[in-house]
Design a protein around this ligand. Sequence first.
Ligand code: C5P
Length: 261
Amino acid sequence: MSIALPARAKLNLDLAVLGRRPDGYHDLRTTLQAIDLHDLVALAPARETELTITGLPVTNPNHNSVLQALDALEIATSRHLPTRIHLHKQIPPGSGMGGASSDAATALRALAALHHVTADLTAIARQLGADVPFFLTGGTAIAGQRGDHLTPIPTQPMWFAIAWPGVELPTPDVYRAWDDMDEPPAHAPNHLTEAAMSIEPRLKEFANALNNLQGDPKHTWQMTGSGSAFFLRTTSKKEARQATSQLKCWAAVAQSIGPWA
Ligand code: C5P
């Protein structure tokens, strides 16, 4: 038996940072939206665990989140679960679209099915990262606390143009920059935008260029998560295509996706 599943990306439709927590994380309030842009995770039982990766280049393949998910499931079940895993990356890494978290959650679901394992996947997902539990179910959710306490809400049909400047932004660096700001800005829709721009000044130029091309001040490109990708909500697929057609960077058209579990 083998299993292949799409690992969907997300966009943060808004993101408010409410303050720093004693555990070093930050309390958030954010609306998470799953979209149809996705990586692919394919699994088959094997004698020894092996991971191959194609598509967009990733740094540190030996520490890939898919292998971390396998380790965590082996520990939780006290079982050795040797698996041949192939990951095809299409979600830009370090872009704020949750690719690594989605790969981990998708690997957990697929591994549990492949090896007939029953375990509390939500608890394991939480250990793997604040965004990981969302990707067990997807759809649309308001996320609170570290971003891992989820309240599902109905998914609306939505189209997005997405642009990525090719810069990977490490999430911890962006939160550290937010901490270092004398008066952390609380500008809607994403409180982390200025922190991200302070560590990567090219992002400001990138966002300005996108908004100048767009030309309609009622619709602005906004950052997702801790960056570095930006998205524009459009009224149709055609409009999203038009918004990406003039861009020289990595760009995609995506639509909202409802829950899968
Ligand atoms: O949980 P995850 O591994 O995705 O988080 C990466 C880093 O982002 C954390 O180590 C922390 O520095 C920062 N973070 C945070 N508050 C959150 C989520 C992430 O400070 N709610």
